[in-house]
Write a protein that binds this ligand. Structure first.
Ligand SMILES: Cc1cc2nc3c(=O)[nH]c(=O)nc-3n(C[C@H](O)[C@H](O)[C@H](O)COP(=O)(O)O)c2cc1C
Length: 193
């Protein structure tokens, strides 16, 4: 695998939602990714985040059941069997360490995703999660707040970044070849001073 510059890594770190489901993400890899998260900054250095790892068919199926995929792709209910993530990392907030979590989980999520892309994987940060159901299925104790789920695997999907058109539409879309297009605001529009 060709080494990527940091800019290439960021660019290649797109949200991917279809995978080669048979491509295993080893438990060791998931530990290495949480090892990166462990080094991320944390408000007051409280480090309240905890993690659940999944790379088995049964646990993956439970987690998959609790996710909502690409709400803007109307009529697409998420990846079909065979194209689903082969692993997940569930990010939890330990309320015995911090009652409210600022943005630690966002920083950690991006750190893990960049690490995954660096290792040749990819995935999607997911916040649309049926949390009560996930808590039941994985028997997550009440002390842990469910914050995000990271879907991971060997991506099958190509993503094209575009600049937003004059109509200002930010909705991502998929073309007839199955390529996923993501409009991004122009630099001129986001640097306001
Ligand atoms: C905090 C957060 C929550 C997200 N939740 C979901 C989700 O529940 N389901 C989903 O399909 N995508 C989710 N996404 C992915 C976004 O839709 C995606 O980042 C956006 O379309 C831009 O695509 P890009 O990541 O390739 O730039 C989430 C992204 C972030 C940062």
């Amino acid at each position: 695998m060709k080494a990527q510059s940091f800019a290439e890594l960021v660019e290649n770190n797109r949200s991917r939602r279809r995978f080669y489901q048979d491509a295993i993400v080893e438990t060791e890899t998931l530990w290495e990714l949480v090892g990166l998260a462990r080094l991320a900054p944390s408000a007051r250095n409280l480090q309240p985040l905890k993690y659940i790892l999944s790379n088995t068919a049964e646990k993956n199926a439970s987690i998959f059941d609790c996710l909502s995929w690409a709400l803007d792709l109307k009529g697409w209910g998420g990846p079909a069997e065979g194209e689903r993530p082969s692993a997940y990392i569930v990010i939890l907030g330990d309320t015995e360490i911090a009652k409210t979590i600022g943005c630690d989980h966002g920083i950690v999520a991006q750190t893990i995703m960049l690490g995954a892309v660096d290792k040749g994987f990819g995935g999607c940060i997911m916040a649309s999660v049926k949390k009560d159901r996930l808590r039941d299925l994985l028997t997550i104790p009440d002390r842990y707040e469910i914050l995000l789920v990271l879907a991971l695997g060997n991506p099958k999907e190509e993503v094209i970044i575009e600049t937003i058109c004059d109509d200002g539409d930010i909705k991502y879309w998929r073309d007839s070849l199955g390529l996923h297009h993501v409009p991004k605001r122009a630099l001129d529009d986001i640097i306001v001073g």
